[in-house]
Design a protein around this ligand. Sequence first.
Ligand code: PLP
Length: 365
Amino acid sequence: QEGDRVFNFAAGPATLPEKVLLKAQSELYDWRGSGMSVMEMSHRGKEFKSIIEKAESDLRTLLNIPQEYSVLFLQGGATTQFAAIPLNVCRPEDPVDFLVTGSWGDKAYKEAQKYCNPKVIWSGKTEKYTKIPSFEDLKQNPDAKFLHICANETIHGVEFKNYPIPNNATGLLIADMSSNFCSKPVDVSKFGIIYAGAQKNVGPSGVTIVIVRKDLIGNAQESTPVMLDYKIHDENNSLYNTPPCYCIYMCGLVFDYLLELGGLEEVEKMNKKKADLLYNAIDGSNGFYRCPVEKSVRSLMNVPFTLEKSELEAEFVKEAAKEQMVQLKGHRSVGGMRASIYNAMPLAGVEKLVAFMKNFQAKHA
Ligand code: PLP
């Protein structure tokens, strides 16, 4: 890392590519000869228009988003989408199915209860959210309006490696991709809606990206607030009201950078390499470190692990911080440690963590 920067393993807001931060720094005061910072620009001016259009176009290239999908840059976090989705695609009485593989899927389900009639068709809760079920065994409701999944559970470190086929009235699969968005290629055409808060892989907090199939737009429940209505945002190219301009600009710089790296196939290769290194260190520690998640569904992004001697966990986190590796404490609901290794975490950060883990083990074995 350059200068005084730490290796930041936070789950989000998370580390951003150094190159992107330096680029943003270089144009913070005067964006490309405009005499203004992006923070000071009118969202309706030609400068910002060029920024948001390029961000969208680069994202479309990265994810190969088909023309029949709209890309929306919204506010309110992924949490707002938990309500916006049923409000946009369901009537209050409509049944929908939820596959709950962690806390975020559970939160989405609970919020949906206010706006439609959701049912949990599978939950990993009794197994402490360490699994994804076999899709053949799922009992989907044929009348459901959609099937909802959380593609990567940030807290529990459980990631879908492939996706269930929605066997419901509309054939709609909807995914919260907040914590693995743009970490690997995704066949967007398999989904009705993909949504993601930006603050893990693609930018700062404050903007939420929604990729929605166009035929799903325009059916919002009557009481839907204007800010949650996809039709309003779609018709106005995400400029109905003042958007999170600076966040969109930062996402645009990240998209540009990911394309420069060679696109999402390359990004996935780098992410796999980092995750393999870390999981191998955990599995090869003779039980000193443990990851509870079933091997086949371990997340490439969020790696939860515990110490056999749990009384050493606080010391682990403290000692790591002394060596400039921060935010390794696990989520308060599960304890232990968690290393989030999103796109922008360099391989060197994971190598340093693994070396630290080996030393820590040698000291305390
Ligand atoms: N979904 C997932 C998978 C998340 O990891 C998070 C936040 O960490 C959220 C939803 C909530 O996102 P936000 O804080 O943007 O509302």
